[in-house]
Design a protein around this ligand. Structure first.
Ligand SMILES: *Cc1c(COP(=O)(O)O)cnc(C)c1O
Length: 374
């Protein structure tokens, strides 16, 4: 039995008729950029995220970039980011000429360790950008407390965390702004690149709207230098079809996580594998289900190779920490020590968690991992 890491064709079969109907509407209207489908999606998405506003943009990366631009992040400014995340988190900071200041993560949730943030704040710190990695919110109370004390805005990188909750409040409504990705492999995936920014602040919202179209208001009058960060109507139309299903899909992932937990326990594999932990007061939406092989990298790699040859999809997110990336060698904090981020890069492996997996497939994945561990 082969088990892919992600199979979006099953999901598509559930919504195909509706997708074809709404995309045909867009084709017939010949209105492809922004417009009423985007407005409709933005209202629904803001409501879903318990935010006042949402602004659809061209990608998750652009969501983070536009958020930092709206905060007027300038060359030489510093932005605090975790040392372990997808590249875009630090890439957008660097692209503005600003300096990513890397902070180590905690190993219980793979998110920025809030206890290490305050020591890295300087007069140049202009934002803190926690990531809700793999679908579980970072420790937002602690992060917001430090941010408030120093008067620094918080931009949530919620690219992997649509619908994740912290104390009953949703990702994207926990900081000054939240950036989301609708890359196809995220829990809410478009049929191409797309993203969104959420905020509760009206002035910030107005600026996001302007920055999305080159800082323009009204037409051809430019107050700021923004960019083309527009979302297409086709993507919005598809997202409108998918959004009402999102909670049931996330519940499917949560159910699979529970099943994995019992299977790994039954097979007595817990000693050698650290399973993802859902921390108190959080709702994990499992964009990825991450195992950590506590024996070390050689064991992780052996399991990965075994699974691949057995036809089971798996992936290392991420093989290098951000400070280890070649392009960040010149960044001053890259030479600091990030022991937990190093461990995460060396020992973790993502296994299939998508909602349509059968119990037979889940059992097969666990069985093969048991075999690999011998
Ligand atoms: C996917 C992702 C992004 C970037 O989103 P794109 O839509 O691919 O540009 C940013 N941060 C994190 C943590 C991500 O997982």
């Amino acid at each position: 039995m082969s088990v892919p890491l992600l199979d979006l064709k099953i999901q598509y079969a559930q919504i195909k008729d509706e997708v074809l109907r709404v995309t045909d509407e867009v084709y017939s209207s010949q209105m492809f950029i922004l417009g009423k489908r985007v407005d409709e999606f933005e209202r629904a998405f803001a409501t879903y995220c318990q935010s006042k506003y949402s602004v659809g943009v061209s990608s998750g990366t652009d969501a983070l970039l536009i958020a930092l631009m709206v905060l007027d992040i300038q060359p030489g400014d510093e932005v605090i980011v975790p040392a372990y995340s997808f590249f875009a988190t630090a890439g957008v900071v660097h692209r503005l000429g600003a300096v990513p200041v890397f902070v180590d993560i905690a190993l219980d949730d793979y998110n920025i360790d809030p206890a290490l943030i305050e020591a890295r704040i300087t007069p140049r710190t202009k934002a803190i950008m926690p990531v809700h990695l793999y679908g579980q919110c970072a420790a937002m109370d602690e992060i917001n407390a430090v941010a408030k004390k120093h008067g620094i805005p918080v931009v949530e990188d919620a690219a992997q965390a649509v619908g994740a909750e912290y104390d009953g409040r949703r990702a994207g409504a926990l900081g000054t702004m939240g950036g989301f990705s609708f890359f196809p492999s995220k829990n809410l995936g478009a049929f191409g690149d797309a993203g969104a920014v959420t905020t509760d602040d009206e002035k910030t919202y107005e600026k996001l709207i302007d920055f999305r179209v080159h800082g323009m208001r009204p037409k051809y009058f430019h107050h700021y230098v923004g960019g083309n960060f527009r979302i297409g109507a086709l993507q919005a139309a598809i997202l409108n079809v998918k959004l009402p299903h999102l909670d049931s899909w996330s519940e499917g992932r949560r159910r699979n996580a529970k099943i994995y937990h019992s299977l790994f326990t039954e097979q007595k594999l817990i000693g050698r594998i650290a399973l993802p932990a859902e921390l108190p007061q959080r709702r994990h939406i499992y964009n990825q289900y991450i195992l950590r092989f506590t024996d070390g990298r050689a064991t992780r790699d052996a399991v990965m190779n075994h699974l691949k040859s057995a036809g089971i999809g798996c992936e290392v997110y991420y093989p290098l920490t951000l400070p280890q990336q070649e392009c960040f060698t010149g960044v001053p904090s890259s030479s600091d020590k990030f022991p937990n981020s190093d461990v995460a890069a060396d020992q973790t492996l993502a296994i299939p968690i998508y909602p349509e997996l059968t119990e037979g497939q889940l059992a097969e994945v666990v069985r093969e991992i048991g075999k690999a561990l011998g």
